[in-house]
Design a protein around this ligand. Structure first.
Ligand code: 0O2
Ligand code: 0O2
Length: 206
């Protein structure tokens, strides 16, 4: 398996999507002094975790490009839960890719306590041999959800999927606390945004 050649178009997808989503953030800031997007990251799934997932989900090499949907992954992190749905609505209507699947792990949190909104998209990439339709995953979450998921991800890595019950239940409690934080912040969203607008205008004067 020539991984470098196989992963090259995915790397292209990640780079292009990062530019486009960061572009949205800049346009929001420029035009409204507030961006529902806090930051954007992205990565191509490392070969070791591709292999691990193929084994776990019984995916063959022939079906990798259709059945492994997060080889190219970008993440959009927002301040507020409402911002997530705002971004989702905008992404659905774009003409440069097609949303082929949506998973709302905010309304339907995962057993672990994980919350995020996932979009699976079909994204055309131009190669020297012509156009290729690639599958990519966009994860959209709040800062609080991201904080939780990053820590849980590290613990999962540490325990290799065999996390002690006690740690698991603490994480579930932490997930609820993070969601409570999102709910509380939403209630004072207008006030926070007004303060941020004033600060932004002040900053732009220099
Ligand atoms: P870890 O902790 O092992 O995961 P830039 O061009 O500066 O904006 P850069 O430096 O290429 O960006 O990296 P970026 O895009 O800021 O962030 C990469 C990190 O974000 C990786 O962490 C990924 O784990 C994580 N990440 C971003 N988007 C996704 C995604 O959609 N899915 C998943 N699973 N992870 C994502 P590290 O550094 O590899 O470390
Ligand atoms: P990575 O790159 O290490 O993050 P699954 O069966 O849940 O493994 P599936 O069916 O492909 O995966 O899709 P799903 O669950 O919609 O999305 C998978 C990705 O969502 C994961 O990628 C994680 O990035 C994130 N995710 C899903 N559930 C959890 C969770 O409980 N905790 C955390 N921290 N992240 C989660 P990978 O493959 O795990 O890889």
């Amino acid at each position: 398996m020539d991984w470098k050649t196989f992963l090259a178009p995915y790397a292209q997808v990640v780079e292009e999507l990062k530019v486009k989503l960061k572009g949205m953030r800049e346009q929001f800031e420029y035009e409204s002094n507030h961006s529902p997007i806090e930051f954007v990251t992205g990565r191509v799934k490392p070969v070791s975790s591709i292999k691990e997932k193929m084994k776990r989900k019984n995916i063959s090499y022939d079906h990798m490009d259709t059945d492994l949907q997060d080889i190219a992954g970008v993440r959009v992190v927002c301040q507020f839960v409402d911002d997530i749905y705002d971004i989702v609505r905008r992404l659905r209507t774009r003409n440069d890719f097609h949303v082929i699947e949506e998973r709302d792990y905010i309304q339907n949190k995962k057993e672990s306590g994980y919350r995020s909104y996932h979009l699976i998209i079909r994204y055309p990439v131009e190669t020297i041999y012509g156009q290729r339709q690639m599958i990519a995953e966009i994860q959209i979450r709040t800062l609080a959800m991201n904080f939780w998921a990053t820590n849980e991800h590290s613990l999962n890595y540490k325990y290799e999927g065999k996390m002690p019950e006690k740690v698991q239940s603490r994480l579930k409690r932490a997930a609820e606390a993070a969601f409570k934080l999102d709910e509380e912040m939403s209630k004072i969203k207008d006030e926070i945004q007004e303060a941020q607008r004033i600060f932004y205008t002040y900053k732009r004067k220099d």
